[in-house]
Design a protein. Structure first.
Length: 84
């Protein structure tokens, strides 16, 4: 019997891990957050949602339409903006 070990990529990422996930330095990641390229951390935490980052990067790269009003990320962004 062989043991197969797979890397588990957590959904919630620290600032450093989120930056690494995006291929950025932590300072570069902060700049992307300020510019709205990637979302802010989850409200009340210092953790970023990996799936929210993926959606934001898909949109920034043109893989997904920013005009979809039923978009879960846009709903999240609007709700987060009201609580920030």
């Amino acid at each position: 019997m062989s043991l197969v070990v797979t890397a588990l990529l957590p959904r919630c990422l620290s600032r450093a891990d989120a930056a690494l996930y995006c291929g950025l330095t932590p300072e570069g990641f902060d700049a992307w957050v300020r510019r709205g390229i990637v979302p802010s951390p989850i409200s009340g935490t210092q953790r970023w949602d990996r799936k929210a980052i993926d959606v934001a990067l898909d949109r920034a790269s043109g893989l997904e339409s920013a005009q979809d009003e039923d978009d879960p990320f846009e709903r999240w962004r609007a709700a987060h903006a009201r609580t920030s």
